[in-house]
Design a protein around this ligand. Structure first.
Ligand code: 5RP
Length: 236
């Protein structure tokens, strides 16, 4: 990736590299999705190339992660071929003080939740702008929906007090289509007071595949920030 002076990119790069530095040889690694994780994948590739890290295999959480892993020379496998994931590295859109997350900014939260939840250790990598007191404060909650159920799900979410909107493509006519061929609804809730309950309630609506609330899944949150003009990483 090209050199950058953008402070947000510098925070993402620093935290991505810090997470990649924690990966040990002979391990199975869950490879998250998004621009922060992309820096971690790049750093993993560099460690493999230098010989400092050996014998890792990655489980990708999206088509994007698959493509990046191939570009950076990270061997890939699938959940049918391994009986454990040692560590997963993934980004988030919001992190609350209990380390609960909103994910799905890249519409990849279904595969991300499968892989991140299975990992012995799930390391979240975020820049400091992602920290919130309460989930839902800055980011809409993504919900993946089977296309034929779109309208009933929109009605059910409205009944729950949410304001849903179908995520539309950018430089593509029509809606965003996930790696599973589904749609994404982004939902504004006035307050998410009980993320664990809302996660279950949403997933109980017929036609909902998965929502972006990750409750009790994160083991470690690394936060990239700028201190005295320099990118630094701290543990949350
Ligand atoms: C994708 C995700 C991403 O991890 C999340 O959107 C954070 O992305 P970025 O690191 O680009 O800010 O959940 O579905």
């Amino acid at each position: 990736m090209a050199e950058t002076h953008d402070p947000v990119k510098l925070m993402k790069q620093a935290v991505g590299q810090a997470a990649a530095a924690q990966v040990k040889s002979n391990s199975v690694v869950g490879l998250g999705t998004g621009s922060t994780t992309a820096y971690a994948l790049q750093a993993l590739g560099e460690r493999l190339k230098s010989g400092e890290l050996t014998d890792i295999v990655g489980i990708p959480t999206s088509f994007q992660a698959q493509v990046l892993a191939r570009d950076y020379g990270i061997p890939l496998t699938g959940l049918d071929a391994v009986d454990r994931i040692d560590v997963a590295i993934d980004g988030a859109d919001e992190v609350d003080p209990q380390k609960n997350l909103i994910k799905g900014g890249g519409a990849a939260h279904t595969q991300e939740k499968i892989v991140d939840s299975l990992a012995e250790r799930f390391i979240v990598v975020v820049d400091s702008g992602k920290l919130v007191d309460k989930l839902g404060s800055t980011f809409l909650l993504p919900v993946e929906v089977v296309p034929m159920a779109l309208h009933p799900v929109l009605r059910a979410i409205t009944k729950l007090g949410g304001k849903p909107e179908l995520r539309m493509g950018v430089r593509k006519a029509g809606p965003v289509v996930t790696d599973q061929g589904n749609l994404v609804i982004d939902v504004k809730f006035d307050a998410i007071d009980n993320p664990a309950e809302l996660e279950k309630t949403l997933n109980n609506i017929p036609g909902v595949l998965e929502n972006g609330l990750f409750v009790g899944v994160a083991d470690q949150v690394l936060v990239g920030e700028i201190v005295d003009g320099q990118p630094k990483v701290r543990e949350f």
